[in-house]
Design a protein around this ligand. Structure first.
Ligand SMILES: O=C(O)CCC(=O)C(=O)O
Ligand SMILES: [Fe+2]
Length: 204
């Protein structure tokens, strides 16, 4: 699985100290490009669906992305490469921070120009399985002026913007950080992933 001992130590330490961090060595540029190509092909083939349509109308006003879940039993080669590396990272974080992360779930997301995701917390109501949110960006040559930042609200009410450049992975504690996706002037592609613990109750 291409694991180097201690390769995610910086991420582990940053997550322990601040509750969030950015990782830049998850995948090679070629692996990232393969995911971007697949995501755009699937989007063009209309295989991504408006997030949560039907289930909750209010939620569709909150978020404007289209998504498609990765199916663990039917991963494409680019998805498998991503899943393998996320597993290495998950196991390292879980071991070093004693988080009990047993698995993860991932989906492609595409935001068309002008679409965003209002400020929210990733913890699902009646389900506290999500411990770490991990968002991996797929957008080549992203310019800050194109917008589309992930805005992460910190405990002191200041915020940190992360731009969705190809190869950037942002990690944060799902239950602690409200965040929003600002609209962009071009298509914005990502993989949203959650590392999960065994479900133990309803806390959020
Ligand atoms: O794409 C991002 O930067 C964040 C997406 C997000 O907040 C979510 O899917 O819950
Ligand atoms: Fe989120």
């Amino acid at each position: 699985m291409n694991a180097q001992p201690h390769e995610f130590d910086m991420a582990t330490n940053a997550l322990a100290a601040h509750g969030w961090c950015v990782v830049s060595n998850l995948l090679s540029p070629a692996q990232t490009q393969a995911l971007a190509t697949e995501c755009m092909v699937m989007h063009d083939a209309r295989l991504l669906m408006p997030a949560r349509v039907g289930a909750d109308h209010a939620a569709t006003l909150l978020r404007g992305d289209h998504t498609r879940w990765f199916l663990p039993e039917a991963l494409s080669a680019p998805q498998q490469a991503f899943a393998d590396r996320i597993d290495v990272l998950r196991i390292a974080l879980s071991r070093n921070l004693l988080l009990g992360l047993v698995d993860s779930e991932s989906h492609y997301a595409v935001y068309t120009p002008g679409a965003g995701y209002a400020r929210h917390l990733d913890c699902l109501r009646n389900n506290d399985a999500r411990v770490i949110s991990a968002v991996f960006y797929l957008n080549d040559a992203w310019q800050d002026a194109e917008g589309g930042a992930l805005r992460l609200y910190l405990a002191d009410q200041s915020y940190q913007d992360v731009f969705p450049r190809a190869g950037t992975l942002v990690l944060f504690l799902s239950a602690q950080f409200e965040h929003e996706v600002l609209p962009a002037t071009r298509h914005r592609m990502s993989i949203a992933c959650w590392m999960r613990q065994r479900m133990i109750g309803a806390t959020c």
